[in-house]
Design a protein around this ligand. Structure first.
Ligand SMILES: NC(=O)c1ccc[n+]([C@@H]2O[C@H](COP(=O)([O-])OP(=O)(O)OC[C@H]3O[C@@H](n4cnc5c(N)ncnc54)[C@H](OP(=O)(O)O)[C@@H]3O)[C@@H](O)[C@H]2O)c1
Length: 311
């Protein structure tokens, strides 16, 4: 848990009372949960440009109001309330807990209507836990916002990251020709995801343009315009306030927050079961080593998720 915004050393483990499910609730025994960019942002109090005050008003001024971080997970259902109809104890699920967070724990209680779907049988627990965060984000921006079409030229910036790795694979599933851009140290990993791999610095010199650009780095949004084909769309996932304002007047710019929906998780699970989608996992650590997991995420250079083993 995290009581005050700061570095990985702010992450401590402790004992909390196990949650008790209400009538419409599900008690989940968390098997695995990744440390995501969202967890890192909340732990560090590092919010997109111009969003600091609003984020702190919502999430907590000096530290997170909800000290147990963790949004995405793979879990076993431990118990259900008497009003729950769609799930039963013993089922394995993947899911997201929205603003409640709380998945970096042994147990988590969520309402039945939360974003939950059966765990894909083809994935390990760590892989399954790594599917929702990057998967629902990539799905939302590529399929729903950019309306990616078969044959479209897709450029994913930050292709070695959690969202980027999913975007490369989902772009291919949707029929696009996918280019993944990353730092030189990550190009082999991007090529292993079966995308054309290019160094970020080399993009401008290619003279090429792409129909859809998905930027997970937030590095230099203005530099993306020469890379965008006429009529193209660019999804800025790490957008600050200036880009959000720009998206109100420029149709090409897509910003906002990806929703968490059970139907999207079911789609991702179906693709995983069909052998089309597999989230890369860089490391698995026990929950007691959560601070170390945050430090590894902070250091960057990861080729996949850092996953905490819980429960
Ligand atoms: N809008 C939404 O709904 C939404 C949803 C999910 C995530 N996000 C945001 O999307 C961003 C990415 O999330 P993520 O989970 O994919 O994070 P991640 O796993 O940390 O991946 C980020 C990737 O971008 C690379 N990168 C960062 N800066 C770069 C630069 N200047 N040049 C080249 N590569 C660079 C990183 O490489 P290194 O590790 O080598 O630095 C890493 O591979 C975060 O800001 C997150 O908050 C937004």
């Amino acid at each position: 848990m995290v009581r005050a915004y700061g570095g990985p050393e702010q992450v401590v483990t402790g004992l909390c009372p196990d949650p008790v499910p209400g009538a419409q609730d599900i008690l989940l025994r968390i098997c695995a949960s990744p440390v995501t960019a969202g967890d890192r942002r909340i732990r560090a109090g590092d919010f997109p440009r111009g969003m600091g005050v609003a984020a702190r008003l919502v999430l907590g001024w000096r530290g997170p109001r909800r000290p147990i971080l963790g949004n995405a997970f793979c879990a076993e259902i431990a118990a259900v309330g008497p009003g729950v109809t769609q799930f039963r104890p013993g089922q394995r699920v993947i899911g997201q807990s929205g603003m409640r967070m709380g998945a970096h724990a042994d147990y988590l209680c969520l309402p039945e209507r939360a974003a939950l779907a059966p765990m894909p049988a083809t994935l390990t627990e760590a892989e399954a836990a790594s599917l929702p965060f990057g998967g629902t984000t990539a799905l939302h921006f590529l399929r729903d916002r950019a309306a990616l079409w078969p044959g479209a030229r897709l450029l994913v910036l930050g292709a070695a990251g959690m969202v980027g790795g999913m975007a490369v694979q989902i772009g291919r599933i949707l029929g696009a020709e996918v280019t993944g851009a990353a730092r030189p140290r990550s190009l082999t990993h991007v090529a292993d995801l079966e995308a054309e791999a290019l160094a970020m610095e080399a993009l401008a010199q290619t003279g090429r343009r792409w129909d859809v650009i998905l930027d997970t780095t937030g590095a230099a949004p203005a530099a993306l315009w020469p890379l965008l084909a006429p009529g193209g769309r660019m999804a800025l996932l790490a957008a600050g306030l200036p880009e959000m304002v720009q998206s109100l007047t420029r149709r090409a710019v897509l910003t906002g927050t990806a929703p968490e929906r059970a139907a999207d998780l079911a789609q991702l699970a179906a693709w995983a079961e069909a052998g089309l989608l597999r989230p890369p996992v860089a490391a698995c650590l026990p929950l007691e080593r959560a601070a170390e997991a945050h430090a590894r995420h902070e250091a960057g250079g990861l080729h996949g998720a850092v996953v905490l083993r819980c429960g």
